[in-house]
Each structure stands twice: as C-alpha cells, then as structure tokens.
Write a protein that binds this ligand. Structure first.
Ligand code: B12
Length: 214
C-alpha cells in the first residue's frame, strides 16, 4: 500500500509526464485515501508548478506545457464528482470568478471556482480573458457578494486593479468584496490595489471567502 507521500509524488509525476491515463490512474488510487482538495493542491498542482519551473529554465517547450495542462484538467474533472455538491440550502454567498482580460490561463481559476462551489457558494465562472466591464456587469446582474480575479502574468495583473477601479467608479466597491489570486499576485499586491483579500491556492480561497462573507 503506497503512502500518501508516494501517492502525491505519483500524481505530480503523472502531470509532468503529460499522460492523461497516468493522471487518471493516480487520481483513482489517491482518492481512496485522500481528500480531493489535497489531491489537487499537493499532487496535481505541484506537478503543474514543476512543469512551469522546467519551462522557465528552457528544459521544456510550450507543447509540453499544453499537454501537461490537459492532463491536469482531466484529473481535476475526474475529481469533480467526488467534491460535495454545493446545495441551495447552504448557499454561503454569490461569487463571480474569472481570469482577467488578456490572460488565457484558466486551470487554477477553474479549480478555485470548483472548490468554492463545492464549499457551498453560488459561483458564476466567466471563463478566461474576461473584459473588465463584464465582471462588474455580471456582479450587478446576479447581485454578487464577491468578485474573484485570477491573473497568471505580470503583464495582466493590472486587470485586477482595473476591475476594482471600475467598481469604485460605479459606487459598488463597498457592496462587493474582491479576492485576487494567481501566481504573480501577492498579499502586498492585493494591499496596493485595495483588494479585500489574496489567496495563494484554492483551499485558502475557500477559507478567506468564508472569513469575508459569513
Ligand atoms: C499551463 C501554462 C500555460 C497554458 C495555459 C493553459 C490553461 N488552460 O490555463 C498555455 C500553454 C496555454 C500557456 C500560454 C501562455 N503562457 Co503560460 N504558463 C503555464 C504555467 C506553466 C502553469 C500555470 C498553471 O496552470 N499552473 C497550475 C495551477 C493549478 O496553478 P495556478 O494557475 O497558479 O493557480 C493556483 C493559484 O495561483 C491560485 N489561484 C489561481 N487563480 C486564482 C483566482 C483567485 C480569485 C484566487 C483567490 C486564487 C487563484 O489557486 C490556484 C489553485 O491552487 C505557468 C508557469 C507558472 N509557474 O505558473 C506559465 C506562465 C504563467 N505562462 C507564461 C506565458 C508568458 C505564457 C504565454 C504568453 C506564452 C509563452 N510565450 O510562454 C501564453 C499566454 C497567452 C495569454 N495571452 O494569456 C508566463 C508568464 C510570465 C509573466 N509575464 O508573468 C509563465 C509564468 C511561464 C514563464 N515563466 O514564462 N501557459
């Protein structure tokens, strides 16, 4: 019987190898003994981050990154059925979530949406490369309590500030909380642009959303 450390390693290696079947087999094994959030955060995401490091060092090329991303997404989708379904009766709040304009990275953002939903929030995921005004329009339409903003590139981080500025312009800033995330975002950045909170990963996003909205 493999230890949790070995299972985590297997999950991470499977993503790095880009093999969808290996990812699904590793998830199947891991879910017998581990929580879905642990499988995603400690196993699959760790593998994807490692792919990022290898890519940055020029050891891997973009097609490899895309295949690893596909394998990781397959693993997360496979786990979705195991996450508790957020039911109407325990609706904790309404959150509009998306990746800011100009940025197509959506794996982490989608994990955050899935985990928020399974924790009991009503989530409207707007997808990726979302124009600034769409976040605010959707938030008005669904009477959102919070907007989640993902940005994976230093060049698109400004999009998070733009959404906050538009909320201020429309007089909505006091009514709608803003949570920011994505690899280049930090607590210091969140403070600088006046976001209500920053979360490093999906589990932390759930904890912080609960802190702010309950
Ligand atoms: C996978 C990937 C891609 C895939 C994206 C597939 C997809 N559907 O998302 C593809 C191949 C398409 C891609 C394209 C590009 N990429 Co890319 N990509 C990555 C990579 C390797 C991993 C990102 C990832 O999915 N990580 C795994 C997930 C699980 O982690 P995560 O996204 O960080 O999410 C977690 C947290 O950040 C947090 N979180 C995320 N969102 C949110 C939101 C909220 C509200 C909260 C609270 C928390 C939160 O929780 C998540 C779960 O724990 C990163 C490297 C890296 N180190 O990040 C580069 C990286 C982000 N890419 C980069 C670049 C430059 C590009 C390209 C321009 C192409 C290129 N020349 O390399 C294009 C971008 C085009 C565009 N306009 O957006 C750079 C960005 C550099 C910069 N300026 O900062 C990076 C850093 C790589 C590098 N060093 O060069 N990329």
């Amino acid at each position: 019987m493999a230890t949790n450390e070995e299972l985590i390693q297997e999950l991470s290696d499977a993503v790095i190898s880009c093999k969808r079947d290996a990812v699904l087999a590793a998830v199947e094994k891991a879910k017998k003994v581990m929580e879905p959030s642990e499988i995603i955060d400690k196993g699959l995401s760790a593998g994807m981050n490692q792919v990022g490091v290898l890519f940055e060092r020029g050891k891997l090329f973009l097609p490899h990154v895309m295949m690893a991303a596909d394998a990781m997404t397959a693993g997360v989708n496979f786990l979705e059925a195991d996450l508790p379904a957020g039911t109407e009766s325990k609706k904790l709040g309404v959150i509009v979530n998306g990746t800011v304009e100009g940025d197509v990275h959506d794996i982490g953002k989608s994990i955050v949406s899935t985990m928020l939903q399974s924790a009991g929030f009503e989530v409207y995921d707007l997808g990726r490369d979302v124009p600034t005004k769409n976040f605010v329009e959707k938030a008005k339409e669904v009477n959102a309590n919070m907007i989640g903003l993902s940005a994976l590139m230093t060049t698109t981080l400004q999009g998070q500030r733009e959404v906050i500025d538009l909320l201020k312009e429309e007089g909505l800033r006091n009514k709608i909380k803003v949570m920011v995330g994505g690899a280049p975002a930090t607590q210091a950045w969140a403070d600088k642009i006046g976001a209500d909170c920053y979360a490093e990963n999906a589990s932390e996003a759930v904890a912080k959303a609960k802190e702010l909205l309950l």
